[in-house]
Design a protein around this ligand. Structure first.
Ligand code: ADP
Ligand code: MG
Ligand code: ZN
Length: 625
């Protein structure tokens, strides 16, 4: 379009002259004026067209067939001003007329407006693109909440297992939504907002949907991230819209998933995009205040980071009831496995109780994944039933990563075999340690070998003895390498990292070092500590924590080394067997050890501490060489 217009402009300025004009360089034009040969010119911008008194031959000195005689010409003024031109034109009696551009006025207007039009066009185009990304330009503020009405929400409490406590505290809400009258008669205040708190994958989202399913009411759900937009104010108006829609059709549940995305403490840091989030949060606070739960609308929200939420959200009258959704215990895991294997043909040898016992620390989502991986493993075997072995390999895959098919050299395999045997033997020889499930030197994921322990029972509380034993088992790998090869390798990296973190917490969090004392100096390691949270102890204490951490670890290392030295023959036997077999399960290990490891003294009552960080999988990975 641009090109066409320009061509029109040039053609239009001289086409009316009938004969073709010569296109002269400016200097030639000046010479022609000076020699008095120019009769008249007309200017339009920098464009000059004119007529000669006597025709000139142009171009000069060219072959005659190209040369023509012209009595009209055009030229272009130079971009720098030439003040001598006008006096010269006057001196030679040239008639000068200045027309506009010589174009119809519409063309002029278009040419002037062109840059502006282009800019506007680009803006409109960008706006369109954004509109495609976020609904309509003018519907910016419309919430994109997904609405499920009772017919669609087929999830009920029956689909959620192992969360009886949470279900109990949500039962009130279900009853209220089903029939609010008894509550209204008694004037009972039903909480407006309920916050589901718990680690990822424990079924918070599932529970919220189940509440709606149980109550048979409308369910407006939106992930809080959907409110965080580039434009200030959009999130807030979406929030308003969401609540308006819910209030228009009671009874209803408004569900805000991953609440921490908008609900973070305000004014904590000057992070870009903060203002938008704050406005959205303010809007949410306003909405929470602005409706009466007696009208039949209840707000549910879920988060795994309640610690970062703005205190204003947790005030009475807002999210004033918190429901803990914890990792499931053994029987919870078993019933979750039951739910997820409903559609799966199981071989007779599958004992879900055993699977549940071996999956300490798995969340509901992990268990669902485990069942799926087991079914995939069975499909690979081309059978029609999932057997116990499939669960085993699925678990290995989830906990330790997939098989890499990497081949290690013989020397490397020996180091890895001794390293893993060191972990295993340290665990078998320590009465307080969790029993070994199996040891393997098959490379998986990022690890070259692995030692798996299983907890006999779910721990909620850990004694110093138990934790120190864990340090010993962690150090067992390195200690074995040192004992046999007289030096350690990089394979101990992950062990050392885990051990350091654990020892540090024992010292600074759980008061397990007499040198530091019974002080809780450090918080559970949060992924991002809130801003402005300074260390609450001085340099001397900091030094002492470092020293005590190091001391605990070297003590544990010495202990492990001693155990292994005293059982050197067993260490060699097991490592050899491991090199041959690649994987050894507990029975094989105890047979090789030549003693019954099950005769363990029960550990007596010991000082205990709550330790949620340790509720993870007990895997010692000898990986990442
Ligand atoms: P969260 O919201 O807590 O991160 P989800 O509710 O999204 O976890 O859970 C993801 C999936 O894991 C669910 O869809 C379900 O299949 C499974 N799941 C999680 N917890 C449970 C549970 N307690 N009972 C049954 N299935 C569960
Ligand atoms: Mg969720
Ligand atoms: Zn290791």
């Amino acid at each position: 379009m641009l090109l066409a217009l320009l061509a029109f402009n040039i053609v239009g300025s001289f086409a009316h002259r009938g004969t073709q004009p010569a296109v002269l360089p400016y200097t030639v034009f000046r010479q022609q004026v000076e020699s008095g040969n120019v009769a008249a010119i007309s200017t339009a911008g920098t464009h000059v067209s004119g007529t000669m008194k006597h025709p000139i031959l142009w171009p000069p000195g060219a072959k005659t067939k190209d040369q023509r005689s012209y009595s009209a010409f055009v030229t272009v003024l130079p971009p720098f001003p030439d003040p001598s031109l006008l006096p010269m034109l006057l001196a030679h009696n040239v008639t000068v007329t200045s027309a506009g551009s010589g174009n119809p006025w519409v063309v002029d207007v278009i040419i002037t407006a062109l840059p502006v039009l282009l800019i506007v066009g680009v803006l409109v185009y960008l706006g369109r693109r954004m509109q495609q990304q976020q609904g309509s330009v003018f519907g910016f503020g419309k919430s994109r909440a997904r609405v499920h009405t009772n017919t669609e929400t087929s999830v009920t409490f029956k689909d959620v297992a192992g969360e009886d406590e949470a279900k109990n505290s949500l039962q009130d809400i279900v009853d209220f939504l089903r029939d609010p009258r008894p509550f209204q008669v008694l004037g009972a205040r039903i909480p407006k907002g309920i916050l589901l708190v718990g680690p990822p994958g424990t079924g918070k989202t599932l529970l919220a949907r189940a509440v709606a399913g149980e109550a048979g009411c409308a369910f407006y759900s939106a992930a809080a991230t959907e409110f965080v937009e580039m434009f200030v104010g959009v999130g807030a108006s979406r929030m308003r819209d969401l609540f308006e829609r819910a209030k228009a059709s009671p009874p209803a549940i408004v569900f805000l998933d991953e609440l921490d995305a908008v609900g973070r403490r305000r004014g904590a840091a000057a992070v870009p995009g903060n203002e938008e989030r704050e406005q959205t949060l303010n809007q949410l606070l306003g909405e929470l205040d602005g409706f009466e739960p007696t009208k039949g609308v209840i707000v549910l929200a879920a988060t795994n980071r309640p610690d970062v939420l703005d205190p204003a959200l947790l005030r009475p009258g807002r999210f004033d009831r918190q429901v803990m959704v914890e990792l499931p215990d053994r029987s919870g895991r078993e019933s979750i496995l039951r739910i997820h294997t409903r559609q799966i043909p199981l071989a007779p040898d599958v004992d879900l109780g055993v699977v549940a016992r071996g999956t300490v620390g798995f969340s509901g989502a992990d268990l669902a994944n485990l069942v799926n991986e087991a079914a995939i493993a069975a499909a690979h075997r081309r059978t029609t039933q999932v057997c116990m072995e499939d669960f085993g390999s699925a678990q290995d895959r989830i906990v330790m990563g997939g098989l890499t098919g990497m081949r290690m050299g013989e020397d490397e395999r020996r180091v890895v075999a001794y390293h893993e045997t060191g972990h295993a033997l340290a665990a078998i020889l320590s009465p307080a340690a969790d029993p070994i499930r199996k040891v393997s030197i098959v490379p998986r994921g990022r690890s070259l070998g692995a030692t798996q322990q299983i907890a006999l029972a779910d721990h909620h509380n850990y004694s110093r003895t138990y934790l120190f034993t864990r340090l010993v088992v962690l150090m067992g790998g390195h200690a074995a390498e040192e004992l046999v090869f007289h030096e350690g390798t990089t394979g101990a990296e992950d062990d050392l990292r885990q051990a350091t973190a654990l020892a540090r917490q024992m010292v600074a969090r759980w008061g397990m070092s007499p040198e530091v004392g019974l002080l809780a100096l450090e918080l559970p390691q949060a992924p991002a500590a809130p801003f402005g949270m300074a260390r609450n102890y001085g340099e001397v204490t900091a030094d002492r924590i470092d020293q005590e951490t190091a001391r605990l670890i070297s003590e544990a290392h010495a202990h492990a080394a001693e155990l292994l030295r005293a059982h050197r023959a067993a260490l060699d036997r097991i490592a050899d067997a491991l090199l041959r077999e690649e994987v050894l399960a507990l029975p094989a290990l105890t047979a090789l050890l030549g003693q019954t490891a099950s005769t363990r003294p029960m550990s007596g009552p010991a000082p205990t501490t709550r330790c949620e960080d340790l509720r993870g999988r007990c895997v010692l990975q000898g990986g990442g060489y």
